[in-house]
Design a protein around this ligand. Structure first.
Ligand SMILES: N[C@@H](CCC[C@H](N)C(=O)O)C(=O)O
Length: 291
């Protein structure tokens, strides 16, 4: 390995796992180098490092499309979460990824702990999001409001589920169901109404454990398949659980296969809180990169 081998980290938020590429000045992974094919290779669980997606840690000024999505907020967001799904597509937002992103900024010495505790604004393709550390080492993210845009259906595991269409920056269909979600086979690709979701959708299947307060969630993510957690999906699920309980505000505990998240919905916003874990750090082998 030589000194020019790109650094790489692997981590997760409630077992929604990511390959993380530190690239503060945008010189290691310019857009054309980190193309869809390379993202798919990195996320391959047998031939690559494995992950539900890739997070490039880069300053906003070095991301060509950041100015388009952030507008005047570009100057307020030093850092940009350049997120890719495992299939190479980009997504507007990633609630688990952004907590890991800020954890990496601190662990790489790119952000001091005190600033992080106060909360730091991070650019995403869904707009700026404030992220901060909690006293117990978890991270909170101000995800913005859950925006409802109708109702829809999806067919998963040969069953049709109805739910609320919710935008958390990215699209979700949050389906409360009495079907025991643990028994469902979620290996297939859901079918859904493409007029309601022209850019695809993340499908949440939700069992209510305590009305408006506690749910269990499984998610089939756009661009990935079933994951062990989805932060934006947890927010959509928490919001749908509150609506089903006749409320639009409250705190919902969301249990996912990979752990537990907390979602606090108020009239103006949604705050997601949960862990971020770094697993390993190293370099990519030039031979592997050369393909
Ligand atoms: N796992 C993420 C969501 C990632 C993006 C999603 N697959 C999409 O395409 O919208 C999360 O934690 O929110």
């Amino acid at each position: 390995m030589n000194r020019t081998s790109p650094r790489v980290l692997v981590g997760h938020g409630t077992e929604n796992d990511f390959v993380v590429l530190p690239d503060p000045d945008g010189s290691v992974w310019p857009g054309h180098r980190l193309d869809g094919a390379l993202v798919r290779r990195l996320c391959d669980r047998r031939a690559g490092l494995g992950g539900d997606g890739v997070l490039r840690v880069v300053r906003s000024v070095h991301v060509p499309d950041a100015a388009d999505v952030l507008g005047a907020d570009l100057a307020r967001c030093e850092w940009f979460m350049d997120h890719r799904n495992a299939d190479g597509s980009t997504a507007e937002m990633c609630g688990n990824g952004i907590r890991l992103f800020v954890h990496v900024l601190v662990s790489e010495g790119l952000l001091d702990r005190a600033t992080c505790e106060a909360g730091v604004l991070v650019g995403t393709r869904g707009g700026p999001r404030r992220v901060g550390a909690t006293p117990n080492g978890d991270y909170w993210v101000d995800m913005g409001p859950a925006r409802e845009f109708g109702t829809g259906k999806a067919e998963v595991s040969r069953q049709v589920f109805s739910g609320l269409a919710v935008s958390m920056g990215n699209p979700h269909l949050a389906c409360l169901t009495d079907a025991e979600i643990d028994t469902l086979d979620l290996t297939g690709t859901p079918s859904f109404d493409s007029a309601l979701f022209p850019d695809g959708v993340n499908v949440e299947l939700i069992n209510v454990l305590e009305a408006g307060a506690h749910v269990r969630l499984r998610v089939v993510e756009r661009g990935v398949g079933e994951t062990r957690s989805c932060g934006t999906g947890a927010c959509a699920a928490g919001y749908a659980a509150l609506v089903a309980d006749g409320r639009t505000e409250g705190t919902v505990q969301v249990d996912v296969p990979g752990g537990r998240l907390s979602v606090e919905v108020t009239s103006g916003t949604t705050v997601l809180t949960g862990p971020a874990v770094l697993v390993s750090a190293g370099v990519l082998c030039p031979e592997w990169l050369a393909g």
